[in-house]
Ligand binder design. Structure first.
Ligand code: PMP
Length: 432
């Protein structure tokens, strides 16, 4: 196998290689594959490890919680006490700083933006009455964040990610000079899609932002807070609520999380953590919006996990399934593409994604070529606001869903597509 970078190869060498690769690609097409790496969904095997949750509540059980509330009935708007304690530990905040919601943190984020649009933030002008509202979007990032702000007509401004988090020079400058910037989307730990965790310096700088808009909020989506791959080698974040308080900005952040990738996606519990001032503001909406969320599910989670230690133990089982998949992806990328100069990728220590950067202008073609041979990847461009990747070079790899044997096949096919598209690109550029 040649380890020579493609750009150093002659036209003839590249054309010869292209022929061999085309033959390999035809073989893949003959296999009639149906592989899906498009979304960060847990595998069936991972869902199976939480099946014990179905056994912790039975018709004989007493569904009364610690403070005497009958969980079968209406009551308790912000979550039962024991669920608050469990989620508070998971989110590294005090129980009186959180509200337990329903089954989806994304829903909580949507509600938060929606409320700010119609009613404003802690008494400030509703965003819908302003000429312009903008959000900063570290890129590449999570497509569903961008969909929420796009839906509300909020203008999204790209901020480049660095290995230590968003480029803070740019964030500081923009929020200080532009009062139409009302928020920033952050996935601070094992980010989607790069698996980057923000450095201490980045978190401290976030807490010390001096936004021109007093209703500016950091949307701190800590979706992967306990989703490590390794027992020892784990990323740790400075806790943002406490840091904002220390910095004299206690109200500047909303922190979101859920148990979607701890228990069952779509059937877990979500929560927001924020300052008392923010929580009071949020409760004004919440008490109109619902009589209360699903307390039976809250109780089920508490009875199953017990406490944060039970949850951490449970996450080890997820890690045992995820780790070989992440390692297989990295190994195949290293083996197939290492040294060729046609791509770069991240090696996260947790979360659900690996990010791949191809040569400029190749991502769409690579994803299209994968699809033609039966491998569905996340759409190219999805990691950017409006689906527009200005360099057309980022592809999100989601290793969790396929069984390991499928994943290996999928990554070999992916690497092959990267090679073919890169050669075509290099040759076309030389022609031009
Ligand atoms: N935030 C991030 C960064 C995610 O990757 C995901 C799931 N893919 C979510 C939120 C969705 O979480 P939930 O199921 O709680 O809505």
């Amino acid at each position: 196998k040649s380890m020579k970078p493609y750009v150093e190869m002659t036209k003839e060498e590249l054309q010869e290689l292209r022929k061999q690769l085309s033959m390999q690609y035809k073989e893949f097409q003959g296999k009639d594959l149906k592989l899906d790496m498009s979304r960060g969904k847990p595998s069936t095997e991972q869902l199976d490890i939480s099946m014990g949750m179905m056994d912790v509540l039975s018709s004989n059980d007493d569904l009364t919680c610690d403070d005497g509330t009958d969980c079968r009935n209406y009551g308790v708007l912000d979550g039962i006490k024991e669920a608050k304690e469990l989620l508070a530990d998971m989110m590294e905040v005090a129980p009186d700083h959180i509200i337990i919601y329903g089954n989806s943190s994304l829903n909580v984020m949507y509600d938060t933006v929606s409320r700010s649009m119609t009613h404003g933030v802690m008494g400030s002008t509703p965003w819908c009455k302003l000429d312009k509202v903008k959000f900063l979007c570290p890129v590449p990032g999570y497509d569903r964040h961008f969909s929420i702000t796009e839906y509300f007509g909020i203008e999204m401004v790209n901020v480049p990610m660095t290995p230590t988090g968003p480029d803070m020079d740019i964030v500081e400058e923009l929020v200080a000079k532009d009062d139409s910037i009302k928020g920033i989307w952050c996935v601070p730990k094992y980010s989607n899609p790069q698996g980057i965790s923000y450095s201490d310096d980045t978190v401290r700088r976030f807490a010390r932002l001096k936004p021109a808009a007093k209703d500016f909020r950091i949307y701190w989506d800590n979706a992967y807070t306990i989703h490590h791959l390794y027992d020892r080698d784990q990323d740790h974040l400075i806790e943002i609520l406490a840091e904002c308080k220390r910095a004299g900005n206690p109200d500047m952040v909303y922190k979101f999380a859920s148990t979607s990738k701890v228990s069952f996606p779509g059937s877990g519990i979500a929560a927001i953590a924020a300052s008392q001032n923010n929580l009071v503001d949020i409760m004004k909406q919440l008490k109109i919006q619902t009589i209360g969320h699903d307390k039976v599910n809250q109780l089920r989670h508490v009875r199953y996990f017990g406490d944060i230690h039970g949850m951490v133990e449970h996450m080890r089982k997820h890690a045992d399934i995820m780790r070989p998949k992440f390692e297989a992806v990295i190994q195949i990328l290293d083996r197939e593409l290492g040294g060729l100069g046609i791509g770069e990728w991240t090696s996260p220590k947790g979360g659900y994604f690996i990010s791949f950067d191809s040569l400029d202008g190749c991502a769409k073609s690579i994803v299209a070529r994968c699809k033609k041979s039966g491998l569905v990847m996340t759409g190219a461009g999805a990691t950017y606001p409006y689906g527009k990747d200005p360099r057309d070079n980022n592809i999100r790899i989601a290793p969790s869903y396929p069984p390991l044997s499928d994943l290996i096949l999928a990554m070999e096919l992916f690497a092959l597509c990267v090679k073919i598209v890169s050669i075509d690109k290099i040759l076309a550029e030389r022609e031009a």
